[in-house]
Structure formats: structure tokens, C-alpha cells
Design a protein around this ligand. Structure first.
Ligand SMILES: NC(=O)c1ccc[n+]([C@@H]2O[C@H](COP(=O)([O-])OP(=O)(O)OC[C@H]3O[C@@H](n4cnc5c(N)ncnc54)[C@H](OP(=O)(O)O)[C@@H]3O)[C@@H](O)[C@H]2O)c1
Length: 426
């Protein structure tokens, strides 16, 4: 039986989970891949640190060069995080013909295409299941399970911390600040929560998922982004009154060869499956032209959940090891020049969906009835309109079935807008 030599870069939350899974499910993994996996090196920053697992049988090193110069290594798992120097290390491993598995969304959101091209050139695998929604096997689902589809849209709850905070605000009627504090106390939020609550972490996952779904490289800056600091209890209560929950939704849509990507607080109809995703859980909803609507649900983070995704990549690489399977998702390669021309032509690929919005408008002294009349005058073509007094100074309106954002039209009609969020699932 062939032995595969593995190097793991990083032994923190995810790295420890990976080692634990490889230890505890050793026999099952061996039977599945018909190969023995040996962890030959583990890279850490500080060897003397206490670890969550017993490391006495492993070779820990603080020197990456020791691993890079070891020609016996077959597969490298990167669970360190950060972009520099990690990206240079990964490039060096790929150039040396090593398969690379990473959970690093920060790095992939900026360098996925370059790394994938490099892996392709060097005939090795680049796998990154854990980089989107942790334990949910969404990368594999899109690349394999849905590869006969043209995907027109995905949307999901891609950040457990912000979902935990919004769930807490909804259930316990607490403010954003109190819910954040509680999340920090319970270890669901970092001391510096910026990446999570400002939607940056979710935006990185939107970049990666857009690439998988639409075969288009977008930049992090192309993702329209609003975090959850701007969500007040008054929005949550008004949403509930009108039949909606507020979630931080990462979304990508594909139309006429172009991708629109966003991360925004979004009102989701309470009957939609995404509305039921609470606390630190993640879920992604994907629409394919053949399959229709699909949804994937599970833990988006955590040692074993994320470790499960990394270990799955490892098994897949091991299974494909001696065959000449490509590193690119198979459906990408089906996109010939002719298909691309069709997709990028002006002919609509999909019929544009109508849009829905939640708008908070300042109100000095008008009645709801007066407001309704004025909104209907400004936006004559909508499907339905729900209004409710939000607090002493504002009114919340849910406008369903319009062609584009009502922001400009409402401003031109003299309304003063406090905030505007999209609405989904109606
Ligand atoms: N945590 C999750 O649930 C989760 C979910 C999905 C994806 N991810 C991604 O997985 C990756 C790892 O996350 P994590 O939560 O496991 O991180 P973590 O707990 O902070 O662990 C990072 C590990 O990398 C080592 N390390 C950091 N910088 C190093 C350097 N310059 N040289 C050598 N070793 C270095 C650290 O060594 P020491 O232990 O010696 O300090 C530590 O063992 C990140 O890219 C993250 O975005 C994490």
C-alpha cells in the first residue's frame, strides 16, 4: 500500500481538528483511499505552546524551509491563515509539484485564479472546500453535484458571527452592541469583530463562490458591502411585524455574462428556508437552470466541522492522486469560446427578476396613509407595498416587485431615506 506524506502548516483551531479526524477515523480513511496517510511535518509559530492535541508523535517545526526542501512530501495542508507570507509559500509548494489544500479565504479571495493557474501548469491539485461555509461541502456541490447546470444565483448566510448576533437581537430583543458583547463572551466573535460584522469575511466567500458558480473572477472591491452595525432593533421588530427576518446575506447573480455580488443585511420572508438558519449556522441557496433551487446547511466554522472539509479535500486528492484528473472544475472546461461568446453577447441569458426593498424613510408629521399615497405616486409600478410606523421619526416600507432600486426615485420625489436593504424570498 502506498504511503502519502503530508505536511500541515498550522496547528490552531482547524489544524488540530484535521489531525484529530485523521487520528480518530484513521482506519476508515485508509480503507476509503487504500493508502496510508503519514503526517510528516507540522509547521507552527511557537513549538513550546500548549496544544489542544497530543503532539508527541509528530514532528513540529517552526521552519517552513525544512518542509519546502523535503522532496518526500506529497500533499500540503495550509491552515495558517493570512496572505503574506502564506501565498508565497503555497506558490513554492505548487511549483515543487505538491498538491495544496487550503482553508484560507482571505488568501483565495485575492489569489485564487493565480494559484489555480499555477496548479494547472504544475499538474497538481488545489483544493479549498473549507474556505466557504466551513463544514458545508458547497465547493464540491457546485463543482461536481451541480456541474451540469448554469447557475444564475446563489445567496447565503456565510458568516456565523453576524448570524449569531442577528439571531440574538431577534430572539432576545437586544441591541447590536449587547449581542456583539455576548458573542465575544461566548467565543463566537473576535476581540476585533470588524471582518465579521462589516461583512468582509462574507464578501471573501462571495468572491470565491462567484468564481465557482459563474467562472468569473471578481475583486473583493466589486462586492457591494454593508455590514450589520446598521441593523437596529427597530428594523428587526418592524420586519417581524410584516413577516420577515433580517439576515446578513452574501449574494451573487449572473446575467448577460456579468456578475453582481453583494453582502448586505437583507429581509428574508419568514417562510423562506434561509429565515430558519439561526445562531452560528451557515446556509447557501443555489439556483441552477436544470436542478432549480437547492439549499445546503451546516456549521460554517469550528475545529472539527472545518477539519471535516479539509480532510474531505485530502481524501479526494488521495483518490485522484495517480489519475490525471484536472484541478479545474469540469464544467469550466466545457465553456468553449462559442459558449463564452453566447454568454457574453447582449442576448439575455436569464429573465431579470423583479426586485424588492425595505426602505426606512424619515417622517416629520405625515400619516401612514399620506405616505402610502406619495410612495404609490412615486413608484406606480410595484406589486405590493407594506408600511408601518418604525419609531417616532421613521416609517418602514417594504416595496415588492419593482425593476430597480427605488432609492433615486424616492429621493427625487422628496423623501429622506435613512436606510435601504434588499428583501428576498417573497
Ligand atoms: N476557525 C475556523 O472555524 C475556520 C473556518 C473556516 C476557515 N478557516 C480558515 O482556516 C485558517 C486557519 O484558521 P484557524 O482558526 O485554525 O487559525 P488559528 O487557530 O489562529 O491557527 C493558526 C495556526 O497557524 C500557525 N501560524 C500562524 N502564523 C504562522 C507563521 N508565520 N509560521 C508558522 N506557523 C504560523 C499558528 O501557530 P502557533 O499555534 O504556534 O501560534 C497556529 O497553529 C484561516 O485561513 C481561516 O480563515 C477557519
Amino acid at each position: 500500500m502506498r504511503q502519502l506524506n503530508l505536511a500541515i502548516l498550522g496547528l490552531g483551531t482547524v489544524g488540530s481538528g484535521v489531525v484529530k479526524i485523521l487520528e480518530e477515523n484513521h482506519q476508515q480513511i485508509k480503507d476509503t483511499i487504500n493508502k496510508d496517510i503519514r503526517i510528516k511535518h507540522i509547521l507552527v509559530r511557537d513549538k513550546s505552546k500548549d496544544r489542544a492535541i497530543n503532539t508527541s508523535s509528530y514532528h513540529l517545526t517552526e521552519d517552513v524551509e525544512e518542509i519546502i526542501s523535503d522532496d518526500d512530501i506529497d500533499i500540503v495542508i495550509e491552515v495558517i491563515g493570512g496572505i503574506s507570507p502564506t501565498v508565497d509559500w503555497l506558490k513554492r509548494f505548487i511549483k515543487k509539484g505538491k498538491h495544496v489544500i487550503t482553508a484560507n479565504k482571505d488568501l483565495l479571495a485575492a489569489h485564487l485564479k493565480v494559484l489555480e493557474n499555477l496548479a494547472e501548469e504544475n499538474g497538481v491539485a488545489l483544493k479549498f472546500e473549507a474556505s466557504v461555509a466551513g463544514g458545508i461541502p458547497i465547493v464540491n456541490a457546485i463543482n461536481n453535484g451541480l456541474n451540469a447546470n448554469n447557475i444564475s444565483k446563489f445567496m447565503g448566510i456565510l458568516n456565523g458571527t453576524s448570524n449569531f448576533i442577528l439571531s440574538k437581537m431577534t430572539k432576545e430583543k437586544t441591541s447590536f452592541e449587547d449581542a456583539l458583547h455576548e458573542a465575544q463572551k461566548l467565543g463566537f466573535a473576535e476581540a476585533d469583530p470588524t471582518d465579521d460584522v462589516e461583512g468582509i469575511d462574507a464578501a471573501r466567500k462571495v468572491v470565491i463562490t462567484s468564481y465557482l458558480s459563474f467562472n468569473q473572477v471578481i475583486n473583493l472591491d466589486d462586492v457591494k458591502r454593508t455590514g450589520i452595525r446598521n441593523v437596529e432593533l427597530a428594523d428587526i421588530e418592524l420586519g417581524e411585524e410584516l413577516g420577515y427576518k433580517i439576515k446578513l446575506i452574501g449574494k451573487g447573480t449572473y446575467e448577460k455574462g456579468r456578475v453582481s455580488a453583494s453582502v448586505q443585511p437583507t429581509l428574508i420572508k419568514e417562510t423562506h428556508q434561509l429565515a430558519a438558519v439561526e445562531n452560528e449556522y451557515n446556509a447557501i441557496y443555489v439556483i441552477g437552470d436544470a436542478v432549480g433551487e437547492t439549499m445546503f446547511y451546516g456549521k460554517g466554522a469550528g475545529s472539527l466541522a472545518t477539519g471535516s472539509a479539509v480532510a474531505s479535500d485530502l481524501l479526494n486528492v488521495a483518490l485522484q492522486f495517480e489519475s490525471n484528473l484536472h484541478t479545474l472544475p469540469p464544467h469550466f472546461e466545457l465553456k468553449t469560446e462559442q459558449t463564452k461568446e453566447f454568454i457574453e453577447s447582449d442576448e439575455p441569458v436569464t429573465i431579470k427578476d423583479k426586485e424588492n426593498y425595505y426602505v426606512v424613510l424619515y417622517n416629520d408629521s405625515q400619516t401612514i396613509g399620506q405616505f402610502e399615497k406619495e410612495i404609490k405616486n412615486a413608484l406606480p409600478f410595484h406589486k405590493s407595498l407594506q408600511l408601518s410606523q418604525r419609531d417616532d421619526n421613521t416609517i418602514g416600507a417594504i416595496i415588492v416587485g419593482i425593476d430597480e432600486s427605488p432609492e433615486q426615485t424616492l429621493i427625487e420625489a422628496g423623501f429622506e431615506i435613512k436606510k435601504i436593504f434588499p428583501v428576498e424570498g417573497v
